[in-house]
Design a protein around this ligand. Structure first.
Ligand code: VGL
Ligand code: ZN
Length: 197
């Protein structure tokens, strides 16, 4: 069984959004076109409470894209984005949501960021997605979305470590590319056994 996992195709990650990924909106049509090729379609949604600890605005004297040490390791500080219920947190209007079996939200814990669709950034707290996939007998995952070097990367590496067969469609992703993060992500995914096309 094969699942299509669409990571964070939300307004805030598209042009004019709070944490806009260059060309983030240009992948939507291609993603929609693939949805019928899979047994299951799963959408993820970055879903932070106001004042989340990953926001630079929550740390006095810090600016967006600074890196701080959190109890679980280094954390990039972001502009406020994907606040629960906001326009920015909604999926891109053109994204076909009706085909989704499951929408998994992440980043709700105010103290821990969650790039991966499987575990929060402490690499321990599960989102429940692994259980959902296993229960449905899904073994093969195709991942697309935003951003390639953060949430897609972390999700793909975690999935490969959990034993799923993972393909990332690079043409249906876009990256933030912060201080070389895209190259690091590509190497990390390859090292974890992810197929990157
Ligand atoms: C993401 C930074 C912060 C992502 C989410 O979806 O890649 N990046 N929150
Ligand atoms: Zn976020």
């Amino acid at each position: 069984m094969q699942a299509f996992i669409v990571i964070d195709v939300q307004n805030d990650f598209c042009p004019h959004g709070a944490l806009a990924v260059p060309e983030g909106d240009q992948i939507v049509e291609g993603i929609n076109a693939l949805m019928n090729n899979f047994d299951s379609v799963i959408l993820t949604q970055d879903w932070h409470p106001a004042g989340h600890s990953s926001f630079a605005s929550s740390h006095e004297g810090k600016s967006a894209y600074d890196v701080i040490d959190m109890p679980y390791g280094p954390q990039v500080l972001w502009p406020d984005h994907c606040i629960q219920g906001s326009m920015g947190a909604k999926f891109h209007t053109e994204l076909h949501q009706d085909r989704a079996d499951l929408i998994i939200r992440k980043g709700m814990n105010p103290a821990i960021d969650s790039y991966s669709a499987f575990f929060e950034n402490d690499h321990k707290t599960p989102t429940g997605l692994e259980g959902y996939l296993n229960t449905r007998g899904i073994t093969h995952l195709t991942m697309v979305g935003l951003a390639l070097d953060f949430c897609v990367n972390y999700s793909a590496v975690d999935a490969a470590k959990l034993g799923f067969d993972v393909t990332v469609r690079g043409d249906l992703c876009r990256a933030i590319d912060l201080n070389g993060s895209l190259d690091v992500a590509i190497e990390g995914m390859k090292g974890a056994g992810v197929t990157l096309t």
